[in-house]
Design a protein around this ligand. Structure first.
Ligand code: AMP
Length: 218
């Protein structure tokens, strides 16, 4: 069975999470976000969550071996048998290599890079609100929920992530440029990537991402 592995790349705040929720619905793929998996581990007080916390709080990447084991465990579950959508993974070339070594000839890897200039990122991230239940993402000014503090999709409580503060954003952006930006080049050379202008409206970015996912999957 052909398995579609759709990878969303982009800086923190580029809109990966927002688009991943919608694309996963539209394409009927499970949404696998390594950031969400770490936050779940943190809220459940697991040993993995404890290990990841210091890195996340400071805006650094969690070491590859912790991320890769957690990711492989997640994508090894039954619901990922027909494919999955990756949000926030891979974030280093070593992670991309690890994923590559796990995939088989039947897996169709598609990579979409959502591009947003650094100048827009800080405002986006510091105004961001996330649903603790379904992962939907809002923005206080650009994409507010219909009812303050509550998710339009599921009614869950909205809150600001601890690492979405102005101080931590700069460090996350630095980690992105040093460690994650090279991942796009790595895929460009191997499977090709599609780029989408992430400064458009959320609906326009969604349409462009969906067109990329469907075009390359046909
Ligand atoms: P995110 O929700 O994708 O912005 O991720 C939040 C934080 O989780 C990041 O700033 C990292 O500390 C950590 N994290 C998530 N995914 C990864 C990954 N693939 N590699 C390393 N760290 C990650």
């Amino acid at each position: 069975m052909v398995r579609q592995v759709l990878i969303l790349l982009g800086a923190p705040g580029a809109g990966k999470g927002t688009q991943a929720v919608r694309l996963a619905d539209a394409l009927s793929l499970p949404h696998v976000s390594t950031g969400d998996l770490f936050r779940e581990n943190l809220s459940q007080g697991t040993a993995l969550g404890e290990k990841a916390k210091g890195y996340m709080d400071s805006g650094a990447l969690v070491p590859d071996e912790l991320v890769v084991d957690m990711l492989f465990d997640r994508v090894g579950r039954d619901d990922c048998g027909g494919g999955y959508l990756l949000d926030g993974f891979p974030r280093t070339v070593a992670q991309a290599e690890a994923l590559g070594s796990r995939l088989g000839a039947d897996d169709r890897v598609r990579v979409i890079d959502i591009e947003v200039p650094d100048s827009a990122i800080v405002e986006r991230i510091t105004g961001r609100l996330s649903c603790g239940s379904c992962g939907a993402v809002y923005h206080r000014t650009f994409n507010p929920p219909a009812a303050e503090g509550s998710c339009d999709r599921c009614g869950g409580a909205l809150s600001q992530r601890a690492d979405d503060s102005a101080e931590v954003v700069e460090k996350r952006l630095a980690a992105y440029h040093e460690q994650t930006a090279p991942v796009a080049g790595w895929y460009r050379e191997r499977v090709g990537i599609q780029t989408v202008d992430g400064t458009q409206s959320p609906d326009e970015v969604f349409s462009a991402c969906r067109a990329c996912a469907e075009e390359v999957a046909s």
